[in-house]
Ligand binder design. Structure first.
Ligand code: SF4
Ligand code: SF4
Length: 223
């Protein structure tokens, strides 16, 4: 059976599968930082995005809306309130809280997700929601924490990650290094979050500190 007909992970399976892979995925991130060319990686992401996304029906998944909290840019609040027939104050009181200076939708699933799986904000939904999981966006090499965040809830991103591992021969690399593993996911500087936040990771996947995110382009994690 060719790759096109291989079974893809289901939306209902991805959280547990990503949780099982979390250490490996962090190691793969470090591996990519060492070996990948940024432009080539972007092309690979784009090709996989185009191949894999059509095989998922986002309307029947909505893991991103169910498991993460949307961030609403300050400049969108007035417009979104009008869209829902509310005053700005009513909108904030019923939907938002500030987390690290950003406005975040408070409900889980997202309070803008309707029973049909549609976003009631329509085209007013945040850009971050429109672009999620960012697998067709440039400069992926410098946003790998964000990518792993997406892998933890999005089946399409999960499949893209697994295919990238194959492309880069990460399975063979991992085997060679299994005996000498010294990756420690409790390394100083990592915090672990329970549950979900807007950019947080479900369960125990390490969340990068702001400083680490700033240094993403040139830092290396230990293996
Ligand atoms: S704002 Fe809309 S698209 Fe974004 S998480 Fe909420 S329901 Fe989903
Ligand atoms: S972007 Fe990913 S998580 Fe969101 S609905 Fe589509 S397949 Fe599901």
């Amino acid at each position: 059976m060719g790759k096109r007909h291989q079974r893809m992970i289901l939306p209902s399976e991805v959280v547990e599968a990503a949780k099982r892979n979390e250490k490996e995925n962090m190691r793969f991130r470090s591996y990519l930082k060492r070996v990948a060319d940024a432009d080539v990686l972007d092309q690979q992401f784009m090709a996989l995005h185009r191949e894999i996304f059509p095989r998922y029906n986002c309307a029947k998944c909505r893991n991103c809306c169910k498991l993460m909290h949307a961030e609403i840019p300050e400049e969108d609040i007035e417009r979104d309130a009008v869209c829902l027939g509310m005053t700005k104050q009513e909108f904030i009181a019923s939907h938002l809280k500030q987390v690290d200076g950003e406005w975040q939708e408070i409900h889980q699933p997202c309070g803008f997700l309707d029973a049909n799986g549609d976003c009631i904000l329509g085209e007013n939904r945040p850009e971050s929601c429109k672009k999620f999981p960012y697998t067709d966006q440039p400069e992926r090499l410098f946003s790998l924490f964000s990518f792993l965040n997406a892998v933890s809830v999005c089946p399409a991103a999960y499949e893209i990650c697994e295919r990238l591992k194959q492309l880069y021969g990460f399975g063979r690399y991992r085997k060679r290094h299994d005996d000498t593993e010294r990756f420690d996911n409790q390394a100083p500087g990592f915090s672990f979050v329970a549950g979900y936040t807007s950019w947080g990771f479900p369960y125990g996947v390490p969340e990068a500190s702001e400083e680490q995110k700033d240094q993403e382009a040139d830092e290396e994690l230990p293996f």
